[in-house]
Design a protein around this ligand. Sequence first.
Ligand code: GLV
Length: 323
Amino acid sequence: MKKVFITRKIPENGITMLRDKGYEVDVSPHERPLTQEELINFLETRQYDAVLSMLSDKIDAKVYDVAPSVKIFANYAIGYDNFDITEAKKRGIFLTNTPHGGVDRVAEHAWALILALTCHAVEGDEYVRAGKFTGFDPMLLQGTIVRGKVLGLIGAGRIGTEVARIGALGFGMRIAYYDIVRNEKIESLHNATYWPTVEDVLKQSDIVSLHVPLLDTTHHLMNVEKLRLMKPTAYLINTSRGAVVDESALVEALRSGTILGAGLDVFEHEPALSEGLKELRNVVITPHIASSTIEARMDMAAMSAQNIIDLFESGKPRDVCTG
Ligand code: GLV
């Protein structure tokens, strides 16, 4: 009988799918991410065949070494920068993700951050709750209109394309994008303009939204120099991975007025925030919840469980991470 370890409680539908196949399923009892040491301890106690992992689990040679019976690590996430793919390939271990789970929701969340910033939604809420609202004031918390402005996308995969769709159709925005490959869909459906460098997009955009995976080549993609290329009236939105942005450079840019504001769902040293970030009024921060809807979370549970089932039944999981 196959044994599966799930590193954190997920929606029941994924667990039921695995149990219905007759697999023995153990779920971490902790209501928090496991440290790598704890994960290793769990994997040493039983000979598991599969692990359903979270994006917070660092899965590398240390883990592969102690769990030679594990044939698949199935990430409950779109991103998979927590995997050492090279090392897994050498050992014939399958790594999978849930590339279709939560895409629309992440795009909606990027938009929630854009609108929260440009409408001062969070500041306004705090203002009223603090009892500071004394009546209509024409000068109070003036925001920025997004209609007709330029939305710059760094990365135009599934999520970037959906962010563009909402911007173009909902707000009449002009879309400028950079990606390592051109995306004909975003160009034909949303009239997006491709630019050959990140810099081209940064210079002209009123809102810049990041939709790239975290790789060696995208680590600190947004650094001091790149932030300086943005307009002083522009906003930066990050729903991808924290380390795509040099967070201390961002704090300085927000403090000094290099850019107007930022909306962040992810952080470089998650769950910690860089010094000074939370004191800033021109940043809206959410706790890595961009894909957090009941629907998306259930889809992700089903997709990660299905990848495990596929491996055991046909040897071919659908969503193999190729690096
Ligand atoms: C969330 O960040 C994910 O990668 O699914």
